[in-house]
Design a protein. Structure first.
Length: 156
């Protein structure tokens, strides 16, 4: 059981790298800026936890928000991978394509639910391009995580 959990976490790390590669490629191709949404989510969570990041508008505060937001993204990617390792112990017959979609949806929910719940953004107002910019990297995460898990746990 421990092996599957650790391999799920490792697969989630590989999937997180894939998500970042797809995201940064999108930024490079379309020339779009980095998203401030993860930093805003981080700031609201820190505020609700009673943690003061410093005076608003301070460059260090903006850097902290960005760093915490990025760390939260990795926590989501690793966490979803870890949970996948646990699920695969009992549901080991799920085909990789189905698992990939499920993992992508889970990772997307892990980021979009807090965005909505904290009032940082309203996905109901997003354009098709906004949705694609969110869905494609998360699906890359899902498929790469599922494939990596299978490779890590394959019995040879």
């Amino acid at each position: 059981m421990l092996r599957e959990i650790v391999m799920g976490t490792a697969a989630g790390a590989v999937g997180s790298v894939a998500l970042n590669i797809v995201t940064y490629a999108d930024m490079a191709i379309r020339g779009r800026p980095t998203s401030t949404v993860p930093g805003e989510v981080a700031a609201r969570i820190m505020e609700q936890a009673g943690i003061d990041l410093g005076p608003e508008g301070d460059e260090k505060v903006e850097n902290r928000k960005s760093g915490i937001g990025s760390l939260m993204g990795y926590m989501t990617g690793l966490g979803v991978g870890t949970l996948y390792g646990v699920v695969r112990i009992v549901a080991n017959a799920v085909p990789v394509p189905i698992a990939g979609i499920g993992l992508g949806v889970a990772a997307m929910a892990g980021s979009d639910v807090p965005i909505t719940a904290l009032g940082v953004s309203d996905p109901g107002t997003w354009s098709k391009v906004d949705w694609l910019s969110d869905a494609v990297p998360h699906l890359a995460y899902g498929f790469v995580t599922a494939i990596a898990y299978e490779a890590f746990t394959r019995k040879t």
